[in-house]
Design a protein around this ligand. Sequence first.
Ligand code: GN1
Ligand code: MG
Length: 370
Amino acid sequence: MKAFFEIAARFDIDCNIEEIKPLGPGFINDTFIVRTSGGAKYILQRKNHIVFPDVPGMMNNIVMVTEHIKSKVASEGGDPMREVLTVVKRNPSTLTEEEKELPYCDLYYKDAEGNFWAMCVFIEGSVTYEKADTPSLAYKGGQGIGKFQSQLSDFTTPLSETIKGFHNIRWRFRQWEESLRADAAGRVKDLAEEIGWIESRKEEMLRFWSLVEDGTIPTRVTHNDTKISNILFDAEGDVLCVIDLDTCMSSTSLNDFGDAIRSYTNTGAEDDRDLSKVGMSLEMFKAYTEGYLSERRDTLSESELEWLAFSARYITFEQVLRFLMDYIDGDTYYKTNAPDHNLVRTHAQYKLLRSMEEQYDKMVEIVRNF
Ligand code: GN1
Ligand code: MG
């Protein structure tokens, strides 16, 4: 605990820290909530520097993006302290001469073990969900991501690529082939069926991605990790702001839509062992899509609208691939709670993908009818 207090005190906050507690179920970073005697609360995160090899560059992305949104919110009469994340910088007096030489040194702290820490302001009265319980919440979630994309539509400063090829399925297939070849955990021999799920969809997924590569589908500044737990809602169920901005970078807006559909529409859990619970709710799909398009319809291109429904299949497929690949690699990427956790996730996400494939015509129709 003492170590956490010392780390938190490197940042520019009231140093009478009363309590630091773990928060949330993130799969990549470790998150803590810090409470100070004055009542202010902060989020302290140990950023996973294996997953994010350039934490300083990533923090600079986050600062640039949030400052851009802040100016938008302020000019529209909103509250820039609640409607967008606020990064807490280092307390200048704690920066050593050595640290001062490093890029973006005021945005993070690197401890003696080589761990990277960053901080932001905790937004009081915010609520998060693991599941969309009502279509109205899905509609508002869609509006929230639509608004987030709109706020960034005129952001033109290049962002650093925090994870190489994050939603690039061509790159993912390269990693996939490498994983199969290495077979690091000796698990490949038992996975013929699951590997078949991936291989049989390879061509259609690459065909979609080639439209991004040739510019038919445009590239924009997007969030790339839009599952429902990465959105803060207020007590009325309206979106306050989007969090977990680590993967904010240049990509297609379709990835944000697809990943949200993967999460909001699932009638089961992402890692449900009971596959009978898993499937895509068309009602939730309709609600999210309508919320999203209410913000974005006039700015999306023809090609984006045409591929919107498919993006849900694309991202869900990618997630099946990533969970299975991590299982094959011996669980090196995602945090797991059981030896077969990544395999359970693979099966549950595959069930969801099948459900989307079965209802695809109806999904396309909903987008078209909007
Ligand atoms: C991870 O960081 P978190 O827990 O919000 C992952 C996403 C996956 C998601 C699956 C950087 O999200 O890509 O879709 O788990 N983030 C990273 O739930 O890999
Ligand atoms: Mg994340």
